[in-house]
Every structure is written in C-alpha cells, then in structure tokens.
Design a protein around this ligand. Sequence first.
Ligand code: FAD
Ligand code: SF4
Length: 519
Amino acid sequence: YQTLRLILGDQLNAGHSWYNTKDEGTLYVIAELNQETSYVKHHVQKVCAFFAAMKAFSVALQKAGHNVSHLTLDDTHQFATLPELLNSLIAKYGIAKFEYQLPDEYRLRDQLSTFCAQIDIDSGAYESEHFYLSDSELSSYFSAGKKHRLEAFYRKMRVRFNILMDGSTPFGGEWNFDSNNRNKLKQKDLSEIPEPLVFANDVSDVWERLQRHQVSTFGIYEANSLWPITRAQAKELLRSFCETQLPKFGFFQDAMTCKADDMYTKKQWSLYHSRLSFALNSKIISPQFVVDTVVAYFVQHQQEIDIAQVEGFVRQIIGWREFVRGIYWVNMPQYAELNELDAKRDLPDWFWNGKTHMNCQKHAVKQSLDYAYAHHIQRLMVTGNFCLIAGIDPRQVDDWYLGVYIDAIEWVEMPNTRGMSQFADGGIVGSKAYAASGNYVNKMSDYCSDCQYDIKSVAGDNACPLNSLYWHFMDTHEGKFSSNPRNRMVYANWRKKAPEQRALIMEQAAYYLDNLNKL
Ligand code: FAD
Ligand code: SF4
C-alpha cells in the first residue's frame, strides 16, 4: 500500500469524500486501542457500542470495495499508544503517506499532529465533513475567552443554512419557542409515553475482549447493545423519533419521572428524547441528515406537530451542538483547567453506584449506570446541579460525565459540564450558573413524593439537601453573582430571611457538605 488512512472510532462517516473513490493503493485502518479505553474510565456499554460500531463500519467499507484493516484489542494490545501502532503499520506495509481526519478531541489532535511532525513520510489532515461549520470556519464565529451566547449564534445558523425560515423571518414568527416547553408529566400523561425503539446488537465478543485485556469499565453490561451501530439502525431510530416522540419533544423536554415504568415496559429513561446522540457523535449519521429529515417530516405533518416541538429539536442540533464545539476549539487546552468557583470537594461515592437517599439523584445516577444515558435536564438540573451547589471539583465532574454517557466525547461533554453545568468557565457558555434548590426538581418531576427527604424543609432533620446547599452556594458566591440582574430577586429573598434562619440554613448545608457520601 502507498497510503495509510486512519479512521478513529468517532469518525464513522460513510459520506466522507475519502470514500468517493476506490484506490488499491490505500489501506484504511480502524483499531480498538488501549489508550482509548483508558484515558478515562468508561461505561461498559459505551466501549461496547463504539467497538461494535467500528466493526460494522469496517465491514460496510469493505463491502463497498475499500481495503480495510480492522484491528481488535487482540491485535493492538502490545501498543500502548496510537503512534506506536501507526509506526508499526507504516513499517509493515512500506507506507509512503499517512492521512487522517481532524480529530474532534484536543488530546488526539495534538497527538496526531505531533506524530506527523516526527515521521519521515508525507502526511495530510482532512476535515471530518460532519458538522455544519467546517473546522476552518470556527474562528470566524468564536473567540477565545469571549462570553458567547447561544441565541445569537443560533439565529445566524438558521439564516445561513436556511432552516425553518420564511424568507428572512423565522418560520412561525418566533426564533425560539422554549417558553412553551416547560411542562411536567401529569399522571394521565404517563401511560402515553411511547416505548423507546431499542436495538439488540450482540456485543458479547467485545465484552470478552475487554475481559481478556483487563479493560476496566463501570456500569451495567448489556450483551445486546441498545444503541444504533449502523447507518440503517440510526435511520430507523430517526424515523421512529419523528413518528413517536417528535410530536411532544419540546413539550416534555424538561420533564422527569420515576413513575412511568411498569413490569412490561421501560420507558421513563428516554421519554420524548431522540437518543440520537451516539449515532451523531460517532458520525454514523450527519446533523444535516437528522435536521433535514425532521423538518421534512414536520412539513408533511403540520396538522399533528406544532412548530415549537420542531424548533426546539433543531435548536439543539444546529444551535447547541455546533455552539459547544466552537467554544471547545477556540478555548482549548486552557478550558480544561478552568475552575472559576474554586470547587474542590470530591465527587461522592454514590455517583458510582446510585446508593443515595436523594430520590432525584438516585434515579439520574442509576439510570446513567443502567443505560449509559440520561436526558439533558437530568444531566444539567439533577446531577449537574448537585455537583455545582456542593462545590465538586470540576475535573472529577468532567471525568464522570466523560466516562458514563454513551455520547460523551470531550468536545461536547466538557463545555456542557465544566461550562454550562458547573460554571467553571466563568460564563463563557452560559450567562448564569444553573443553580437550583429542590423546588426545581419538584416542579419538573414526581421524584419528591417518593423521597425520604422533605422537599418543603430547608433545615432540620430530613430537610431536602438541595435546599440548604443552594442557599449556601448563592451566599458563598454572592460577590460573583449578585451583580447579575437575573439574581436580584434571589439575593433579595436571602437578605429578607432573619439572620438566625440564615445561620441555621448555613449550618445545615455545612453538615451536608461534611457528609456528602451519606446523603
Ligand atoms: P435530544 O434531547 O433528543 O436532542 C437531540 C440532539 O441535540 C442530541 O442528540 C444532541 O446531539 C444535541 N444536543 C442537545 N443538547 C445539546 C447540548 N447541550 N450540547 C450539544 N448537543 C446537544 N451531549 C453529548 O452529545 N455528549 C456529552 O458528553 C454530553 N454531556 C453533557 C453533560 C452535561 C452536564 C449536560 C448538561 C449536557 C450534556 N450533553 C452532552 C448534552 C445533552 O444532554 C445530550 O446531547 C442529550 O441528552 C443526548 O440525548 P438525545 O440524543 O436523546 O438528545
Ligand atoms: Fe431530590 Fe430533595 Fe426532591 Fe428528594 S426532596 S427528590 S432530594 S429535590
């Protein structure tokens, strides 16, 4: 072979221009790697889904007539790093040129550019051709350290890519219908939650390899992976989303329940969300394809689906997903060190086993361990909020999120976790810290009625920990937050409380902070 082309595990993009031509002199390599299983401890379902999807992609490429070397851990275990493996392949095949697609993760991009600078053969880097915005365009939308806001960026994206537009105005008359989208699931809604479409991809061979090579993972192992690992499956999931979840996607986007499961169905874990993030982030399916399909479906079904549902969904993909990628790239590697609130406490042990008495946290953590999935509000307003108001070290928070979720890749995980959720970036991603007392959970879920803590109490035996931790957090960071007009009422309410009551609340919070593992 003349040319060696590397395909990383999250570069399973069959539509890439690399594959437009077949070349006998090109060998594609796709490899399970030690370094990718160990840079953070991963959920076992995440490793299994990635490795199974990589295998399926290599089979599809071979069928399409390309030369592919798919290497498993059995073939690569002696190579501690990716460069070691690449050097050995270059020597083995007498390769004259090495090519790769720009990785979306800083760690890998750095590693590969250093590698290319050191080898004595030609090399070339290509765009991944997955996102709406190309890599080279990011710096014209984002600047390092600048506090960017989603809404302005999102509107630019709508106009530029002509999505849900009516000439130069937004379709439906508004850019954003979020205010329609904050509904709680009532008792009568529970039986209507659609059953999620899941797959049953046998990953037992991957599991055996993980055991054989002592790869350390966590979470519940499923021999039949629920996640889409081929393009056909990803398209099926997308179609099923349009038909069954899209009509109420926005309406119940922020809702949470622990009461929707019965012995026959398991549906509370996904509600009206698409669960397309794994297929998107591994690039099995492109964001354009997802958005075009959803918009086309909406156009044909305007009688049944209103614009608020579709706009809310499109915003997540052309807005948030592209936005956090831009933030990540212009701010790395410094972004990974930011800790604006100087948070230092250790992540409680129950994040690894779900053994906490707080019903909201128990559900979000257990579900994450069971499915490698939680929806956005569980991540942001349950576990994320807890870590924020308890002052957990953002590095430990990042590591947990990066390991546990099926869709977690650093470019999208970190701005969401360290930025949006933990405010460790001082407001680069979001204009305020998403801190909340137990009230928020009570408003958006049915968790509190089944909890051993009392949502109505702020201090005293069994008081909901989120209540005092919230006030403690706001009090501690008053210097940083009080000038934000969105917090004016909060501080006015805090000051209105009698000094003895404030002292009691702070004492309660201090007790909880000393006993985080026992909550
Ligand atoms: P849906 O609710 O159906 O949304 C559709 C798609 O929109 C998602 O698949 C995703 O691609 C995109 N999207 C939605 N919200 C965001 C967002 N805030 N940022 C980027 N894309 C978004 N998403 C990841 O893909 N990987 C992560 O590692 C990740 N970590 C997160 C950590 C925290 C603390 C928070 C608050 C959010 C995180 N998110 C992450 C964003 C979001 O929670 C997930 O994308 C979403 O829950 C995936 O489920 P879904 O496919 O059912 O999404
Ligand atoms: Fe969570 Fe507090 Fe409600 Fe319990 S009472 S579920 S800890 S918000």
